[in-house]
Design a protein around this ligand. Structure first.
Ligand SMILES: [Fe+2]
Length: 411
């Protein structure tokens, strides 16, 4: 068989794009039968598990009778004809399967015959892969050049005819099997990725719900402070927004800015632990009463310190009355020892207090609040109170504070 014939054979068996291994085997059997004039035939595929190997029929054709795929398997080894070919890899041509010599390493089992059919001549050859391993066996039955003629022996020439293509076909089948395995793996990977995507979306939705619940709880906690306090309305929301704005201008990381935006409102949360009588007292406070009020910083820290998500809130609660010069409370720490978050909230809280109407004072204009925070008055000395970087920032960016006040001012 020349190379053109091999090419033609290959073109025939691989003529269909994206065909399954099963379709490829059907075409190999069809073409093999056409070339050898075999009336029937079977292709067996080698299956293995561990060291065990057997043949499984994967394509069965018969022009004379209807055949169905059966679930029998053939052990590889001496005994059956296909098992012998699968074991040795050698071609076997038998003129009459009912007249096989007793000494032959294989025999024919008549009980395997289909009803209404009789096997006579047989041509059986192995399909091999790149490593010369047998991956399948083609068994061709009854050479019958013309319909209704008696079966004839296969010509010894058929071995030369089919031999060269057997190897090439073996390669094709192995490649198709690999492609099919890759396709199956890809399909499983795609399914897995889709499932993972769905799970990720679900988790994101749950995280969003949890985050919403957390934000709401934080706000409710901050609001609870207002029960005994004159600082009501949108004060805590505005302090969040001034603080967020300062953090942004200071070029703090996004996640830090987002954190101060909800943590700032917790600055006075400790007031809920302060003696209500002291908190509500009108008129002058004695030293003990003043000390009790000042303790809202420590109480606030105690309330918030256990939650990792509220760590910044706990810092703000504890340190938002400390002063840059160390003259504040409760710990009289100074300068950079005061956490930046608390230094930011300190200025934001005082700006909003100046703008707000209180029982003891009217609402101050933005201009007056700016003057007090940058130049000072009888109660506030900016250089002593505030981080100079934040005061400088306020000097140039104070208009945004006015905008936030207007946007969120109480009705
Ligand atoms: Fe406070």
């Amino acid at each position: 068989m020349n190379s053109n014939a091999v090419l033609e054979f290959l073109q025939f068996v691989e003529g269909q794009k994206n065909q399954s291994v099963r379709e490829l085997l059907d075409r190999v059997l069809q073409k093999s039968r056409l070339m050898t004039k075999a009336e029937a035939g079977t292709i067996f595929t080698v299956r293995r598990r561990g060291s065990k190997r057997w043949l499984e029929p994967t394509s069965i054709q018969n022009d004379a009778i209807a055949v169905r795929k059966t679930d029998f398997v053939v052990p590889i080894g001496p005994g059956s004809i296909a098992g012998h070919v699968g074991d040795k890899g050698k071609t076997v041509i038998i003129d009459d399967v009912y007249k096989i010599r007793k000494r032959a390493p294989y025999s024919f089992d008549p009980s395997r015959e289909h009803r209404n059919y009789q096997t006579q001549s047989m041509f059986c050859f192995a399909l091999k892969n790149y490593h010369d391993e047998v991956i399948g066996v083609v068994q061709l039955i009854n050479c019958r050049p013309r319909k209704n003629s008696k079966p004839m022996p296969f010509s010894p020439d058929v071995e030369q005819l089919v031999g060269p293509v057997a190897r090439v076909i073996g390669h094709s089948i192995e490649r198709a099997e690999m492609l099919e395995q890759i396709k199956n793996k890809n399909r499983k990977l795609r399914d897995r990725n889709r499932l993972l995507g769905e799970q990720r979306t679900h988790i994101e939705a749950l995280q969003e719900e949890t985050e919403d619940a957390f934000q709401l709880s934080t706000q409710l906690l901050a609001r609870a402070t207002e029960i005994h306090d004159e600082e009501t309305g949108n004060h805590i929301i505005r302090v969040n927004e001034y603080s967020y704005y300062i953090a942004k201008v200071l070029d703090q990381p996004d996640v830090w800015c987002d954190e101060i935006r909800y943590a700032a409102q917790l600055h006075d949360v400790g007031k809920m632990s302060v003696d209500a009588a002291v908190l509500k007292k009108k008129g002058r406070l004695d030293d003990d009463e003043r000390e009790e009020i000042n303790r809202h910083t420590v109480y606030g820290h105690q309330i918030l310190a256990d939650s990792p998500r509220l760590k910044m809130g706990a810092d703000i609660a504890l340190y938002h009355h400390e002063m840059w010069n160390g003259g504040g409370y409760p710990n009289r720490i100074a300068g950079d020892n005061i956490p930046l978050s608390a230094r930011i909230v300190q200025l934001a809280d005082i700006y909003d207090a100046l703008r707000s109407e209180r029982p003891y004072k009217p609402s101050f204009s933005h201009a007056r609040a700016v003057k007090i925070l940058t130049k000072g008055d009888d109660r506030i000395a900016p250089a002593d109170h505030f981080d100079p970087v934040i005061v400088d920032l306020f000097k140039t960016k104070h208009k945004e504070f006015h905008r936030i006040w207007n946007r969120l001012k109480d009705a």
